[in-house]
Design a protein around this ligand. Structure first.
Ligand code: GLU
Ligand code: ZN
Length: 468
């Protein structure tokens, strides 16, 4: 049997880590088994589906290098297919028209609440043929077999049993003529010959409904794997509405696709105690059996660790290309400072994200901003003025611009002023860069060159003068 999986997002929000995790698992499962992976856009909720979210789905998958073999299919283009099947089901008596008004359904519901009964449709139209030729609006409901159980086996959770009496004859086509989500999913999975459905745990309750539809149309039941939820640090389930978790936000913030994939893979799946997986290893090692049944917690530190690792693996030329692109995009003239080639040495292996690297790179081309840092007033003050003045004087008089010479200068001044390296370095660092975390300040001074350094020290001295 050829394995066929799918990723079936609804374009009602930006793809987040939870969505991509099911995409990744479905994709890897297909790749591992030499199967096929389908992309399907579930956009029958016309109110909430938006073009920008469709674009976001495609862009995100492409950025992460998750490729699909077929699709994207759009449910909005398959309405005729769904409706043809519904008409056949009506004809066969597997579904029926329900003419109950909203008010009537609401009354029924209130009665059930008062009687402490389970809220469900009372089946009034199930056997009522009288109304079938009127012009009244109607929905179409599935006729669920009475007094039976339905069972399915979930790869992770084993056998799951549902009592049919818990379900009502649910709607498969709304008054507006659009088939409902559960119906479209089943028809699509059938037409696309999906063998394995891997999706979020939040869909478990839809599964018995979908199996009833599958049985009514005589399709095969796919193998279900419902993966556990992901929560934030506080244990709250992550949601589509939280834009900060949108995958492309991670791209904007300087994460590499492979680091993110690696991180997402490990949120709920493990292989021995292996932490780092190349794409090829993921495709080779992935299986459903090692998925975790308990929920997974987002951990940005872990992601940063992985990203730092993958950044340290980038070739010099790749890294420099990233920096060049960044500078171009931000109109930074790289001729107006050290060569990117030289910068590479001091950034290499010290940053978590490309953005951190970019920001560090900026210090060589832009004026320091003293208003953005709480530490500034602890260092750029009247007490430390003398440190800046003495460095300025000595640097101006320096004839040979070398790293050794700058290091000697530091030693000399520390002795003379009887201050710690930390005080001197931090004062200079904040004066020259406006930042508290940078590569070693002696390296920065050397690379930045005399003229710029003197300029920044003057700015810092002025800042102190006007901020007393
Ligand atoms: N469209 C559904 C969603 O976005 C997924 C349906 C499925 O995987 O069966 O949650
Ligand atoms: Zn009815």
């Amino acid at each position: 049997m050829k394995i066929i999986t799918r990723f079936a997002p609804s374009p009602t929000g930006y793809l987040h880590i939870g969505n991509i995790r099911t995409a990744l698992y479905s994709w890897l499962f297909a790749r591992k088994n030499k199967g096929s992976f389908i992309l399907r856009i579930e956009n029958t909720d016309f109110q909430r589906s938006k073009k920008i979210f469709i674009k976001n789905i495609i862009d995100t998958l492409q950025w992460l290098n998750i490729d699909w073999d077929k699709g994207p299919y759009f449910q909005s283009e398959r309405l005729n297919r769904y409706n043809n099947i519904i008409n056949t089901m009506l004809y066969q008596g597997k579904a029926y028209k329900c003419y109950c008004s909203k008010e009537e359904l609401e009354q029924n519901k209130q009665k059930q609440i008062i009687n402490k009964e389970k809220i469900k449709y009372n089946g009034k139209c199930r056997n009522n043929k009288l109304l079938s030729n009127t012009n009244l609006p109607y929905t179409i409901r599935l006729k669920i077999p009475k007094n039976k159980y339905i069972t399915f086996t979930d790869t992770l959770r084993g056998k799951i049993l549902f009592d049919n009496n818990e379900l009502d004859d649910f709607i498969i086509k709304r008054t507006d003529g659009v088939p409902t989500y559960n119906f479209c999913v089943v028809i699509d999975d059938w037409d696309m010959k999906i063998t394995h459905v891997i999706r979020g745990e939040d869909h478990i309750n839809n599964t018995p409904k979908q199996i009833h539809i599958i049985n009514a149309i005589g399709a095969n039941i796919p193998i279900y794997t419902h993966v556990s939820i992901i929560t934030d640090k506080l244990g709250k389930k992550i949601s589509k509405r939280n834009n900060n978790l949108s995958i492309l936000k991670y791209k904007e913030n300087g994460y590499l696709p492979i680091a993110l994939l690696n991180y997402i893979l490990r949120l709920g799946w493990s292989y021995k105690d292996k932490e780092i997986f190349s794409l090829e290893e993921m495709k080779k090692l992935f299986n459903l059996k090692n998925l975790s049944k308990s929920s997974s917690i987002l951990n940005i530190k872990k992601l940063n660790w992985l990203n730092k690792y993958y950044l340290s693996q980038l070739s010099k030329s790749n890294m420099i290309n990233y920096l060049k692109k960044f500078c171009n995009k931000n109109n930074i003239n790289i001729n107006n400072g050290p060569k990117l080639n030289d910068l590479y040495k001091i950034f290499y292996k010290r940053c978590n994200t490309l953005n951190e690297i970019n920001n560090l790179c900026l210090i060589f081309y832009k004026k320091p901003d003293y208003n953005n840092n709480l530490l500034i007033k602890n260092y750029l003050n009247i007490k430390n003025k003398v440190i800046l003045e003495i460095f300025k004087k000595n640097l101006i008089n320096t004839k040979i611009w070398s790293l050794d010479h700058i290091n000697d200068l530091f030693k000399k001044i520390l002795l003379k002023l009887n201050i710690t390296y930390k005080t001197a370095a931090m004062t200079l660092r904040l004066a020259i860069t406006g930042l508290e975390n940078t590569p070693p300040i002696n390296n920065i001074i050397y690379l930045m060159g005399k003229e710029k350094i003197i300029h920044h020290i003057n700015d810092a001295l002025n800042f102190i003068k006007f901020n007393i």
